[in-house]
Design a binder for this molecule. Structure first.
Ligand code: ACM
Length: 505
């Protein structure tokens, strides 16, 4: 009896006395594997960040982000080290260990070190006056190597300060491709010195020029590269070309919205523009879009002549002819062409990376995979951030977006690789890219509202391995991130009430 009472008392003491294990920090994206241990590493003003050789730039970045200036060895340190690929195979993967007085980050490439540093930023918590990192061991690497975000500067222009803020957040959440949609009906947003009217005429909004200068582009590309983000330019052709047509109508169709594929000098113009684009953007890809041409060439006598000369029967054949010539130009500039899935219908050569957006055409995605195209997946139902996020909220009024608002829950329930893909076809999926189209997005505040926090769900899907994702668990994990985004001045949506500001009718 005494034994039993004593046993119960000990049990009671254990329950009451055991410190509640602190919940681990809410990481986004969730790492592949994390093992948490008791205890923590203290981060103080005297904590030194060490990284030699190729690790130095990430060490400097991390020291800056954490506000650590100490150069001399203090009681605690953060050590960044490059190790052989035999130890960490994925160049974007990393190993992080926090124990004793040290946080160690290892990777085989500066990219992996950078992602380890991003995880560490999220691990640092402030308790009363001091900052700590919980003891932990993390092994991590991404599912997809293309983790992208497209910003449409064509419809509404956003300048470099807006882009720098987005790049900072992309880096924090381990995204690595920023696609800039630089041209459309509404505006041409890129300075091309050889064709000055593109911006003198084509970029005007209420009489004022709105575009990125070549110097702006160099700054943006550099800022992104320092954060391991590749900037991919998208120059729309043959359709969606109204701004270019207003600037140089001689290269365009009668209705002023598509390139004239029958005029030989059109291709000199295309080459001149793309040569500048290829010089300005070091990324190996140039995206020529090639979507939604429709019947732009109807009733053009010279296009009818082109058809007769080359045995082209349909408008799609003409589109294929134009596409082949543009692909040759881009490849001649030493770049890899990329285009929307409309180019699969136009029989693009399989060297073209295809971006799938038409979510009602899964057979086109399958065809592209079978034909051997590399693929980026961007279905309008899950990854078009111009659509509304909740019932009654503002967003693009297009007929697409099936299955309700493009909520975080809808995104998380989605698997990017179709179930009928073979392993060979699956290996062609480079990754995913969300698109912020801006027909209806005119202010930075609204742009941020539409982009955040969905960008964090994008990161979770792009980084974590295939598997069930729990919306309730993610939503809880998201909370401190939304607060942190807002503290950094980003207008991240907290809930439907934040939408009222943008509902205009
Ligand atoms: C697209 O939304 N037309 C790619």
């Amino acid at each position: 009896m005494v034994q039993i009472v004593r046993g119960l008392l000990i049990l009671l003491a254990l329950c009451l006395g055991a410190p509640a294990a602190a919940a681990p920090p809410a990481l986004i994206p969730m790492p592949l594997a994390a093992v948490w241990h008791d205890g923590e590493v203290r981060i103080g003003a005297d904590t030194v960040v060490e990284g030699r050789g190729e690790a130095a730039s990430t060490a400097d970045y991390l020291a800056r982000e954490l506000g650590l200036k100490s150069k001399r060895g203090g009681p605690s340190r953060i050590q960044l080290s490059l190790v052989p690929t035999s130890k960490i195979a994925n160049p974007e993967g990393y190993y992080l260990r926090a124990t004793g007085n040290e946080v160690l980050i290892e990777a085989s490439d500066p990219r992996g070190l950078f992602y380890g540093a991003q995880t560490l930023r999220q691990l640092v918590t402030t308790k009363s006056a001091s900052r700590t990192v919980p003891n932990v061991e993390i092994n991590d690497s991404p599912r997809f190597r293309w983790r992208g975000l497209l910003i449409d500067l064509g419809r509404h222009f956003f300048g470099k300060q807006t882009l720098f803020k987005i790049i900072d957040e992309m880096a924090a959440y381990k995204l690595n491709v920023l696609k800039l949609h630089l041209t459309d009906y509404q505006g041409w947003r890129l300075e091309i010195p050889a064709y000055p009217k593109l911006t003198q005429v084509g970029s005007l909004v209420d009489g004022k020029p709105q575009y990125l200068t070549t110097a702006d582009v160099r700054e943006i590309v550099q800022y992104a590269a320092e954060r391991h983000i590749m900037v991919v330019p998208e120059i729309e052709m043959p359709g969606h070309a109204g701004a270019a047509a207003r600037s140089y109508p001689e290269f365009f169709n009668k209705t002023g919205d598509a390139f004239n594929p029958a005029y030989p000098k059109t291709y000199d113009f295309v080459r001149g523009v793309l040569a500048e684009v290829a010089r300005l953007f070091p990324a190996p890809y140039v995206d020529f879009a090639g979507d939604e041409v429709g019947d732009a060439w109807e009733g053009m006598a010279d296009v009818d002549r082109l058809k007769a000369e080359h045995g082209l029967k349909t408008s799609n054949d003409v589109q294929a002819y134009f596409g082949r010539r543009v692909v040759a130009i881009i490849e001649g500039l030493g770049k890899r062409p990329m285009a929307w899935d409309d180019q699969v219908d136009a029989h693009a050569p399989n060297s073209v990376v295809i971006q799938w957006w038409r979510r009602d055409k899964p057979e086109v995605l399958k065809t592209a995979a079978k034909e051997g195209h590399d693929l980026v997946i961007s279905p309008a139902d899950q990854l078009y951030f111009d659509y509304h996020q909740g019932p009654g909220e503002p967003g693009a009024p297009w007929e697409g977006n099936k299955g309700g608002p493009q909520s975080i829950g809808k995104m998380l329930a989605w698997e990017p690789i179709p179930g009928d893909f073979t392993p060979e076809e699956s290996s062609r999926v480079l990754g995913i890219e969300a698109c912020v189209w801006t027909e209806f997005i005119a202010t930075e505040r609204y742009l941020q509202f539409m982009t955040f926090p969905r960008l964090l769900a994008l990161s979770e899907i792009a980084w974590r391995p295939k598997g069930q994702r729990d919306e309730a668990e993610f939503t809880k994990r998201l909370e401190p991130h939304i607060e942190a985004l807002r503290a950094r001045g980003i207008n991240a949506r907290r809930g439907e009430w934040d939408a009222y500001e943008f509902i205009t009718n």
